[in-house]
Structures are given as C-alpha cells and as structure tokens.
Design a protein around this ligand. Structure first.
Ligand SMILES: [Zn+2]
Length: 341
C-alpha cells in the first residue's frame, strides 16, 4: 500500500510499504481524513525526540473500518469511526490515578505505530468511535485536536475561578482551546494571534475579542480586570515569546498559565515574577479518554469545529505540504490528507 513515510529531518516521500495485518483486539481502518498536526511539523524537522524515522505519521484521523481482529465486534466493518490514537496500559500507578495521558507505557498511533497517512492503519478496537449517520470523517478527525483543548481548559479550570481567559495562538490547537473554554462556560475568552485571517476565524468560533499582540490584549484587560490581567492564559504556540507573553504580560497575580504548544524546548522566564506573583505554571499533555469523548460529542453535535472544512487531499501531496507548512503559519488552519482522497 501507499504511505507517506518520514525518513528524517525534512525528508518525506510517498512509498510502497507492507499493508498492516489486523491483530486480535484491533481494527483495520481506511483513513478518510487525516489532519496534519503542528507537532508533526516539528517532528518533520526532527525536533521531536519521540518520533524515530522511518515513520508513517498521522494521529488525527477518522476512516472506514475494513476488517476487525479476533474478539472485535464484526458490526464495526463498514462503519466510519473516529480514532482516539492514544492508548495506555490502564494498570500503572498513573493510569490508576486517572492520568492515562501520562502513562509511561502509552502508545500513540502515528508515533509508536504507523499512523493514518497511509491507505490503511491499525487501531485498538476500544479506541474507535462509530460516527452517527451523516457525520463525516473530517469532523471525526478533529476530535483529537479538540481533545487537547478540552484537556488544557480543564486543567486551567480545576480549582480556579476563571472569568477572563486569553488563548495565545489561533492555529488549530488555539482554536480548539478557545472553543473548549467557551463551551466549558468561561465568560470572557479572547485570543492573541498575529495573522488577521486567523483572528477572524477565532471571532467566528466564539472569541469575545481577538488581538494582534499581547500588549493589545493586556491593554484591553486593564479596565475589566481592574488592572490585574487574565485569570487564565493558555499558550497554544509554545514559542519563547508566547510563553513570556503569557507569564509576564497577560497573567494576573495568582493566575494560572497552561502550556500546550511545543514550538520551542527551552525558554527563559523571569522567575522573580513567578514567585512574587504566585503564578501557577501548568503543563498540559494530550488528553484522557473522557476528554476525547467530550470533544467528539461537541463536534458531532455541531457545537465545535473549524468553520468550513477544507478538502481532503491525496497522500501524494503530503511531502509538498509538509515542506510548505514548515515555513510558518499560513491561512491553512488544518490540512487533511487521505489515501482514499
Ligand atoms: Zn499506565
């Protein structure tokens, strides 16, 4: 079968690879829509230690079940399913404590096993969710990025009263954090994003306001927060400048910042301000099954999305699109590929 194979930094090609054979407890899926994730762009550059070439990436996907392994309901064959790519051992101390997303034995389809940028992929049967009639694969493929937003927002809200939240970045993950924040009931959610088209998209998807810079957003927070700043900031970019903006410009004393984006590894921050402001610095990684199910429920109900869904492009376009996306944020908020396109 054909697959988009990442062979090392900035080396990617459509290659002929062996078709996966269905195993007990798994289903074989023909991906119908596979989103390219920002972390895969970093991965493509060789900046993600968790990805080892040669690798077929693609962890945001939905598709048609073509075959089921031993012990799996035959009724799944032919169904369009959304795939939660993350599975954990369910038995370790972290899983027992509810932190399945941090399980040391977790596996992600598209990282530890071949992903969706291929004609077929395998997924654990308990990780696939049949979509209702009329809900298409592209919608299902958004459940994974939205689950990241749900997780980040819920970490931001846990034991913390939030009236004013700011999401930094309005790429896919930023837009997902924004919608999760709105749907979870945060009354005032604004966005910082330098690209105008993305700001407009954020406004359409529920942002109360969208600003081109952190300074503008801070200025707008002056009056409603009595000069303090945001209760919660979610950094969906993860660049040194956005982390500094979140902590040093936007956040109020006693506020919480949730770091989701992974653009840069090391960042210099003023820790006197962290200490004296009693700031709460919270990382957020991936999602639990509950987060994924919440995300899928909102998407299926039409309560979240990315606006007009772009077309699904054939796998052959994958290498060229990765090379394009590396150059930086574009107006393409989400690119879908699929072997069936
Ligand atoms: Zn575990």
């Amino acid at each position: 079968m054909k697959a988009v194979v990442w062979n090392g930094p900035e080396e990617m090609a459509v290659e002929e690879v062996p078709e996966p054979a269905v195993e007990p407890g798994t289903v074989k899926v023909r991906p119908d829509a596979v989103g390219i994730c920002g972390s895969e762009i970093e991965g493509y550059l060789g900046k993600m230690g968790n990805r080892t070439p040669p690798l077929v990436m693609g962890h945001e996907f939905a598709g048609t079940v073509t075959e089921v392994g031993e012990g799996v309901d035959e009724g799944l064959v032919g169904r369009t399913v959304a795939v939660n790519p993350l599975s954990s051992d369910e038995t370790c101390p972290l899983c027992r404590g509810g932190y399945t997303n941090l399980c040391p034995n977790r596996k992600l389809v598209g990282i530890q096993s071949p992903g969706g940028f291929a004609e077929y992929a395998l997924a654990p049967a308990h990780n696939v969710y049949p979509l209702p009639e009329g809900v298409e694969a592209r919608t299902g493929a958004l459940a994974e990025p939205l689950a990241n937003g749900v997780h980040a927002v819920r970490l931001g809200l846990a034991g913390h009263l939030v009236e004013h939240a700011v999401v930094v970045g309005a790429g896919t993950i930023g837009l997902m954090c924004l919608q999760a924040a709105v749907l979870d009931g945060i009354p005032e959610v604004s966005v910082v994003e330098p690209h105008e088209a993305r700001r407009e998209q954020a406004l359409k998807l529920g942002a109360r306001a969208a600003y081109a810079s952190g300074e503008e957003a801070r200025e707008a927070l002056e009056e409603p927060t009595e000069g303090l700043g945001a209760d919660l900031v979610i950094d969906a970019v993860g660049a040194g400048v956005t982390r500094k903006m979140a902590v040093e410009v936007l956040l109020r004393p006693g506020g919480r910042v949730v770091f989701v984006g992974l653009h840069d590894d090391e960042t210099t921050l003023g820790y006197h301000g962290v200490v004296r402001g009693q700031l709460d610095l919270q990382g957020s990684y991936a999602y639990t099954a509950d987060d994924y199910e919440q995300a899928l429920e909102w998407l299926v109900a039409g309560r979240a999305g990315i606006g007009d869904l772009p077309p699904v492009l054939p796998l052959e376009e994958g290498p060229g699109i990765f090379a394009e996306l590396v150059k930086g944020p574009s107006e393409r908020i989400k690119v879908f590929l699929a072997g069936s396109a």
